[in-house]
Design a protein around this ligand. Structure first.
Ligand SMILES: Nc1ncnc2c1ncn2[C@@H]1O[C@H](COP(=O)(O)OP(=O)(O)O)[C@@H](O)[C@H]1O
Ligand SMILES: [Mg+2]
Length: 266
């Protein structure tokens, strides 16, 4: 029989009493207050909250871009200090290099890491196939639709085989139908290899459709207002459960909290 791993191992990301303030025009403006959070190995955590409540700031801190004013973050028990190559970070707007083809964009991270050309190209090809872009390896970003560019971004985020994915409204700039397609495909990819995910979104439907737990953040300065485990079955379809009674219950419960904070944020 397989023994379950000790609990300490399953705590992939631990955020402890984290607060952050930015200096704006010589004033210290608090944006996050006393956030404590654990994300288990292989868990999909979604974060929703009003605009400006510090969601991107939290991801930036977890990624190691800058340290919090107080508190700390550990990954695999090790304090985060600087950029961690085990973390993949994806944004709403693609940050593709316009002078590089899809293939060369996806292979860029591995190239910087010194991977041999044949290996990184084979891997980039596989990832472009996985994200539905076979045949577009030689296209430049300007030749692709926004949905396709986000597919390239996803492939690029996966290219160094990170074990944590930080996703900041990754599908937020897409039209509604393209967004559904990409959500569905990302969920299929995630359910296959179960990387640890923190997924920020302003779309509560998206959060409930994909995540294991949803955290609702308060208006700025952001703190965790509620944290709800979703007892929805997997594998999941982003559309199939959407009109079921359990989904509706979860939506109503979370929307109640979120709506209050969105109104409070003005
Ligand atoms: N580098 C920065 N310098 C100063 N203020 C910032 C900086 N980054 C974000 N902020 C401010 O901090 C607050 C939280 O921003 P952000 O984390 O982007 O919120 P969210 O992602 O939840 O919309 C906002 O008021 C924003 O203007
Ligand atoms: Mg943001």
């Amino acid at each position: 029989m397989l023994s379950t791993p000790p609990a300490a191992f399953s705590r992939k990301i631990v955020v402890e009493s984290l607060s952050h303030a930015f200096d704006i025009d010589g004033r210290s403006v608090p944006v996050l207050t006393d956030v404590s959070l654990e994300v288990a190995q292989g868990e999909f955590l979604a974060i929703v909250g009003p605009s400006g409540c510090g969601k991107s700031t939290l991801l930036n801190i977890v990624s190691g871009l800058f340290p919090p004013t107080t508190g700390r973050v550990t990954v695999d028990g090790v304090p985060v200090e600087g950029i961690n190559p085990r973390i993949g970070y994806m944004f709403a707007r693609d940050a593709l290099l316009p002078w590089r083809t899809s293939l060369a964009n996806v292979a860029f991270g591995p190239e910087l890491a010194g991977e041999p050309a044949d290996r990184r190209e084979a891997r980039a090809r596989d990832l472009l196939r996985l994200t539905g872009l076979a045949g577009f390896e030689g296209s430049y970003p300007s030749q692709l639709s926004q949905g396709m560019r986000q597919r390239v971004s996803l492939a690029r985020t996966l290219a160094r085989n990170p074990d944590i994915l930080l996703m900041d409204e990754p599908f937020g700039a897409l039209d509604a139908q393209t967004k559904l397609v990409l959500e569905e495909e990302f969920l299929r990819i995630w359910e296959r290899d179960r990387k640890t995910v923190i997924f920020v979104t302003h779309d509560l439907f998206e959060a409930i459709a994909m995540a294991d737990r949803v955290a609702v953040f308060s208006a700025r300065p952001g703190r965790i207002k509620s944290l709800v485990a979703l007892d929805l079955p997997r594998p999941r379809s982003v559309t199939a459960g959407r009109f079921g009674p359990r989904f509706q219950d979860l939506y109503d419960r979370l929307w109640d909290d979120l709506r209050y904070e969105v109104v409070a944020a003005g």
